[in-house]
Write a protein that binds this ligand. Structure first.
Ligand SMILES: NC(=O)c1ccc[n+]([C@@H]2O[C@H](COP(=O)([O-])OP(=O)(O)OC[C@H]3O[C@@H](n4cnc5c(N)ncnc54)[C@H](OP(=O)(O)O)[C@@H]3O)[C@@H](O)[C@H]2O)c1
Length: 422
């Protein structure tokens, strides 16, 4: 999918960018050689980075600096188990916006933080423990293409990925995999989206569910960053996928492999529609009768909620099988409703279904699961239905504010990517 940024918009936005700059253009960057790595790569001592010096919406919060010290400077030697990565692409996540809005900037450890979790890029220096034959991860060398997501603590203290370089623990990254169909490496743009928070969260949800072939799965928020991966991955694991998104995204989600698209905007109540479509009551009565099961509505086995809906859980006993589970990743789900639904007896308004709230702790192990077991659905690419990881739009580095505003609209179709460098 193509970027939706016209050249006129670019010019207009370029003019606005100057108001976001923290500092005037830097003096010519000094270059130095990395001591831990025997490479002769020239790494500038200063870099461009997007900071969030004040709390607020992206346009209020963000500021572009061109003089941020490159991580691990002045020696440019990463810590023993770390990598210095020259970032190629950063993928944006709703959590970035939450950090900008809610995590106080005045905290002493959080002055002028760099934003962003996901990244892909090229290793330009490795720490001393990663050099030579004793390295625990010998595949990580200067020149290796890697991708992953920084952990929340890194971002909380201001070491984000929306910058030209990042120092990251080797354990947080995966080597960018090859696409089976072409034998070629996944592009760095797609790797930032697939191996970052979206792909890792989809992997976490799937691992928590233990899908069996033929399971009926509902993905709520199927057209978003996480939902796009989840639809493909659940389908690849043999599930029957019912995807909830608005009609305008139906074609894309169908191309990702969804068996059915349910347009949530077409129903005054999505739970009521699901209760009619996947009724647990009718299924129970038809299975106990001798009538043909072909017309029996089958209840869902799993609901993956990537949009956040109290009602979807509260009423799910009507459409989620008793052995089923409701898994959500949306933290702002109304707590009182969920607590009441989850813990009260049914007679007092409780919902007799398993509920799990999942929180990803980004890690290379998750990124590797996505990369190695092909959760990023390479099979669809092989079939020729899909040639790209679903990317809503790709933005130049200077237009990160506009990219975040697109994310904040909650209308993204797939991942929003910022191109940091070639
Ligand atoms: N717990 C964790 O570890 C974790 C990890 C990752 C993400 N998250 C959270 O999970 C959520 C999804 O993340 P994301 O990156 O996928 O977000 P995203 O890419 O911003 O999601 C945008 C998508 O949401 C869809 N959408 C909006 N309202 C909807 C609704 N009422 N019903 C169904 N779909 C709706 C939109 O489709 P339409 O335009 O068609 O409406 C759009 O395609 C966010 O709240 C994020 O903070 C949590």
């Amino acid at each position: 999918m193509k970027a939706r940024v016209s050249s006129r918009e670019r010019q207009e936005n370029a003019a606005k960018i100057s108001s976001h700059q923290l500092s005037p253009p830097p003096p010519p960057p000094k270059t130095t050689k990395n001591k831990a790595e025997m490479s002769c790569s020239a790494i500038p001592a200063q870099m461009r980075a997007w900071h969030a010096p004040r709390n607020g919406a992206p346009r209020t919060s963000l500021a572009l600096s061109t003089t941020t010290p490159t991580p691990s400077s002045p020696s440019l030697t990463p810590k023993a188990h770390n990598l210095l990565v020259k970032i190629s692409h950063a993928a944006l996540n709703p959590a970035d916006i939450n950090f900008m809005a809610d995590l106080p900037c005045w905290l002493p450890f959080r002055r002028n933080p760099i934003v962003g979790l996901d990244f892909s890029g090229t290793v330009v220096a490795v720490g001393s423990a990663l050099v030579g034959s004793s390295s625990p991860q010998p595949e990580l060398q200067v020149g290796t293409h890697v991708a992953g997501a920084l952990n929340v603590v890194s971002v909380a203290v201001g070491r984000g990925s929306l910058a030209e370089y990042v120092e990251v623990a080797a354990s947080k990254v995966a080597v960018v995999p090859s696409v089976k169909a072409t034998g070629q490496q996944l592009s760095l743009r797609d790797a930032a989206g697939a191996l970052g928070v979206a792909g890792q969260t989809a992997a976490l949800m799937l691992e928590s569910a233990h899908l069996s072939k033929g399971d009926r799965v509902l993905v709520n928020g199927a057209s978003g960053g996480v939902g796009c991966v989840l639809v493909q991955a659940a389908k690849a694991q043999g599930a029957v996928v019912h995807a909830v998104c608005s009609a305008k995204n139906a074609e894309m989600v169908t191309a990702l492999g969804a068996d059915e698209v349910i347009d949530y905007t077409a129903h005054s109540s999505l739970p009521a529609h699901l209760a009619a479509r996947f009724s647990t009551t009718k299924a129970a009565s038809s299975s106990s009768s001798s009538s043909s099961s072909s017309s029996s509505p089958a209840p869902l086995d799993y609901i993956f909620d990537c949009a956040g809906s109290d009602e979807l859980f509260r009423q799910c006993a009507a459409y989620l099988a008793p052995h089923g589970a409701f898994l959500t990743i949306v933290g702002n789900i109304g707590r009182s409703v969920i607590l009441r639904s989850r813990y009260l007896p049914t007679a007092l308004g409780g919902t007799p279904r398993r509920f799990q709230m999942l929180m990803l702790a980004p890690d290379g192990a998750w990124a590797n699961k996505v990369a190695k077991v092909g959760l990023f659905c390479v099979c669809l690419i092989e079939d020729g239905d899909l040639h790209d990881f679903p990317v809503d739009s790709e933005w130049p580095f200077e237009q990160a504010v506009e990219a975040y505003e697109r994310l904040a609209s909650k209308r993204a179709k797939g991942k929003i990517i910022v191109k940091v460098a070639e």
